[in-house]
Design a protein around this ligand. Structure first.
Ligand code: SF4
Length: 427
């Protein structure tokens, strides 16, 4: 029998959150038939794919053989109990509730704990939490921003509804004339991305690879009334034009992508640019976080320890060890880890092979809704419910706003935090 869980009247009034990226769009409508999501409205293509679930769901296994959850939990507990230096990694696609338990588990087992921010947006999130960079919410951007810069970011592909929901197309309280007259869209990038195409030639600034710091310094000079100089011989007139637009902004925002983060060896040039912009105008920065709850992990760990990633807990010591040497990259490279629990992530796919291959030599436990490359090499795999679709929870949006996730369909699978709780009890 086919039936809809949400009647037509509910269909319009009930909104759900998409966990396809850290924009966490909260205006998603769904039609459910026989406990399956039939239609998803308002989400982008990426979001629809996420909300319709895994094409290849993870199966509960121990040593490659299908097993019940109890046996898998017991095996996971014994691996972590026996390990001297376990690693707990992932968390970008986990609920905040699971992340907090992960931190407790790391304390209990004296584990290294890290997440993807340690090789992507971590420095920017850390600077924001330490109040070294001025930020704002996406709602501020929608209602107030008149100058929007995508620096090393291409939201048209990475966060497909960023421009339509928040940054460019919507009419906001103070931006009633919208993109046609009220907003200036700027792209600074090493290539003409789909977002750069929207800026046309006039507001697209192509910079050379690793030229971000120099371009920032040239902008600071220009904003200070000096002649801008760059070693890559950029047209001075264009830098002066850009600095004039920035100087006149009423509410500016830099949406910082991975292109910017990877290009800067340290954040000083960005701090100087933000300071100068805020002497003359009102400028904010939002990191273009990818995974839906990466920022949640940074917030939760920061609240607990004062650090956002790259930690090792020592059961004999209250103070955790922190630094680059405790990151997943360094610990794997130096073969310091003797077991790993991977939750809501796929490091074998995302890390360079020379680093990731060291995961293959140690016992691995994977908790994830979907089959991944890391799961295919794991000693224990435990499927969990898909956040925001099969499980309730909370998450932190890319701008730091906390968002509540409501489950849409029922599942027999446990949530990520229920599984972690069972492992902790078994240990
Ligand atoms: S932009 Fe991100 S959060 Fe919004 S619908 Fe698309 S994938 Fe989902």
């Amino acid at each position: 029998m086919v039936f809809s869980v949400f009647r037509f009247g509910d269909y319009l009034s009930e909104y759900f959150v998409c966990t396809g990226c850290a924009l966490l769009c909260d205006d998603i409508e769904v039609d459910v038939q026989e406990n399956r999501i039939n239609t998803v409205n308002a989400a982008c293509r990426k979001g629809v794919a996420r909300m319709k679930g895994c094409t290849d769901p993870l199966v509960c296994t121990v040593d490659g053989k299908e097993e019940g959850i109890d046996k898998a939990v017991q095996k996971a507990a014994s691996i972590l109990r026996d390990a001297k230096n376990p690693l707990i990694f992932g968390h970008g696609n986990s609920s905040s509730e699971a992340q907090k338990l992960s931190i407790d588990l790391a304390k209990m087992t004296g584990a290294y704990i890290d997440d993807t921010s340690s090789f992507c947006q971590g420095p920017l999130v850390e600077a924001i939490l330490q109040e070294k960079l001025k930020t704002c919410t996406l709602d501020d951007v929608r209602h107030r921003a008149d100058v929007i810069i995508f620096w090393g970011a291409d939201p048209s592909n990475s966060h497909p509804r960023h421009l339509s929901r928040y940054s460019y197309y919507p009419r906001g309280k103070e931006r009633q004339r919208g993109w046609e007259e009220d907003r200036t869209l700027i792209s600074i990038d090493i290539r003409r991305s789909d977002t750069a195409l929207l800026c046309k030639d006039e507001r697209f600034y192509r910079i050379p690879i690793s030229g971000d710091a120099e371009f920032m310094e040239a902008l600071v000079s220009s904003l200070s009334g000096k002649v801008p100089k760059t070693s890559f011989d950029y047209e001075k007139k264009r830098i002066l034009e850009l600095s004039n637009v920035l100087r006149k902004a009423k509410f500016g925002v830099i949406c910082a992508g991975l292109g910017l983060v990877y290009s800067l060896e340290q954040l000083d040039p960005l701090f100087k640019l933000m300071d100068k912009l805020n002497e003359l105008s009102d400028f904010h920065l939002i990191p273009m976080v990818g995974q839906y709850n990466m920022r949640g992990f940074n917030h939760n760990l920061f609240e607990e320890t004062g650090y956002i990633n790259r930690l090792k807990f020592d059961p004999q010591n209250d103070e955790p060890l922190h630094g680059p040497e405790y990151s997943i990259v360094e610990t794997l490279y130096n073969k310091k880890v003797d077991a790993a629990l991977i939750i809501g992530s796929d490091p074998l796919s995302s890390l360079p092979y020379s680093i990731a291959q060291n995961l293959k030599d140690i016992p691995l436990i994977t908790i994830d809704p979907c089959q991944t490359l890391t799961a295919s090499r794991s000693t224990v795999t435990i499927p969990c419910a898909l956040g925001g679709v099969e499980a309730d929870g909370t998450a932190v949006r890319m701008d730091g706003a906390e968002v509540t996730l409501k489950k849409i369909i029922k599942t027999d699978r446990l949530t990520d935090h229920e599984i972690l709780k069972m492992i902790m009890e078994a240990i």
